[in-house]
Design a binder for this molecule. Structure first.
Ligand code: ADP
Length: 150
């Protein structure tokens, strides 16, 4: 069985994440959307809110499960018996950052990372820009799924 973990903060989930997740569905038997809990990081949305956004967005997709984890992503993959990590790439900065993590993860665990290149129409979307717009009372409706807009 081909099982992937898609780790992230999802603070909040955007149409960029949705694009990667929906395009990965035909590639895997199961995809676990896993929110990494990092107690030293400040989030705009609570863990419960972020989980609810993900669950509502993919409620009709039987291959997708939502959960949270603490610690190393590769340890969580082993616990879940997942053989792949899924990540999205938007630009050269993402590539450089992700390359080091993916190569290290493979070295220490043998788990490979599968990258999907962002679609042209969502490549500029980031959770941090969405948070900035929200803090300043702007309109995020073109950047996030309907489940977050509510
Ligand atoms: P993290 O805090 O781990 O970076 P994020 O929730 O910001 O978590 O991102 C999770 C993954 O989603 C990363 O692989 C990131 O590159 C990818 N991603 C985020 N936005 C987009 C987008 N617009 N297009 C493609 N991939 C994206």
């Amino acid at each position: 069985m081909k099982k992937a973990i898609f780790p992230g903060s999802f603070d909040p989930i955007t149409l960029g994440h949705c694009d990667i997740i929906r395009r990965a569905i035909p590639l895997f038997d199961e995809i676990v959307l896993a929110i990494g809990v990092n107690s030293s990081k400040k989030y705009m949305f609570t863990l419960e809110e972020r989980i609810a956004f993900l669950e509502k967005t993919f409620h009709d997709e039987p291959k997708i499960r939502v959960t949270q984890y603490k610690g190393l992503t590769v340890d969580f993959c082993k616990k879940e018996h997942a053989n792949f990590i899924l990540r999205g790439l938007r630009n050269p900065a993402d590539f450089e950052f992700e390359k080091a993590i993916a190569q290290t993860n493979r070295l220490i665990s043998g788990i490979d990372t599968v990258f999907l290149l962002t679609s042209a129409d969502t490549s500029y979307i980031s959770s941090s820009i969405v948070r900035d717009i929200l803090r300043n009372g702007g309109d995020i409706s073109k950047l996030v799924p309907k489940t977050v807009q509510k």
